[in-house]
Design a binder for this molecule. Sequence first.
Ligand code: IMP
Ligand code: MG
Length: 176
Amino acid sequence: MKNLKIKEIISEKKIQNRVKELGEELAKKFKSKDVIAVSVLKGSFIFFSDLTRSLDFDLKYDFIELSSYLDSESSKNVKIIKDLSLAITKKHVIIVEDIVENGYTLNLLQKLLQLRNPASITTVSLLHKPKSKKVDYNLDYIGFDISDNGFVLGYGLDYNNQYRNLPYIAEIQNLN
Ligand code: IMP
Ligand code: MG
């Protein structure tokens, strides 16, 4: 694999501060409710573990794995690799995503979970590329809006399944 040139765009400290703020906002809304926090694998697992540890109320954990690939018309196809193991009917679901780009992943996930009649669905994403939106989705809490041009990695996000362990978010400088 070629050596990537990467540049830090969001520091570890900034991430930790924002995660704490998001945790406080979620705690206000969900304290004493029946909550299931859902990590969308694999990219959100680090954000998910920091965010949920900042929540000072009881909640259950679950995981779903989705993959998306470009189809021939250059729209994305999203597939379930691993489904939830808990029933979410009448529960308050908090979906935790790493990044929302075109919105195909979140659009499908929200439709799919809605069919199971949860009490509510709230979505949190660490990162958001607002100008890349191609389909509708609801995004209730955003860690950081970022530029739509670059490919980012670190803090759970990968390039070719690497770089997830960086404690900060970086942008690739020499992808093409
Ligand atoms: P969407 O369906 O276009 O919103 O894409 C969302 C998924 O694509 C994310 O959950 C990530 O897994 C992946 N993705 C999109 N942009 C990036 C990026 O800049 N870095 C790493 N993964 C990305
Ligand atoms: Mg994701």
